[in-house]
Design a protein around this ligand. Sequence first.
Ligand SMILES: [Zn+2]
Length: 219
Amino acid sequence: MKVFDRFHVYLWNGRDNNCNSCLFAGVLPGGRHVLVDPGHILTPSTGEPALERLLAEIGRDGLDPSAIDLVILTHGHPDHVEGAVELRRLGAKVAMHREDEAIFRRLGGEVDLYLQDGTLELGAECRLEVLHSPGHSPGHVTLYWPERKVLVAGDCVFYRSTGRTDFPGGSPDQLFSSIGRMAALDVEELLCGHPYGHSGFLRGREEVRENFEYILRYL
Ligand SMILES: [Zn+2]
């Protein structure tokens, strides 16, 4: 689904667990695309062809899925990264934080670009702020596009809830300080890593602010 020029979101609506994805369309030189969190190739319990569906949806938006040159991973968990192993085999580069690399490598992936706190310039029209946001996993990153007030939050926050901290390397204290940092940003479009009890795509400054307030106050 096209949100606005250069930004498309793909909200998972299958039966099994998988992540939400998004695409920064045509931002790389030559009009090539950046995909964030491709998710599973096949979902683990029901075998739904998640990657095939995602690429078909991108195609239905009028974009060429074979023009994905870069895949950014918010973190290394299989339900976000499995598809990146396949997309890399097809020629895309993969970017993620070094501290989550081991999990991705165990699935057969390799990293081409390490992300850390700071600016990631994808092209003249798209400069993202990378925030190292540990807590759900040690190498989790979130992506903020200040010009469009977009925040891609991965598994840090969901609708009225937060990511789990009981995986290896998880930490509730770190997660809440990561969330505090995100809550201070000016955000109008918030994409969460999963559709838990909600599509996981929060729109409008009010809805985003209320959700952060709820999390910081009650959880
Ligand atoms: Zn995760």
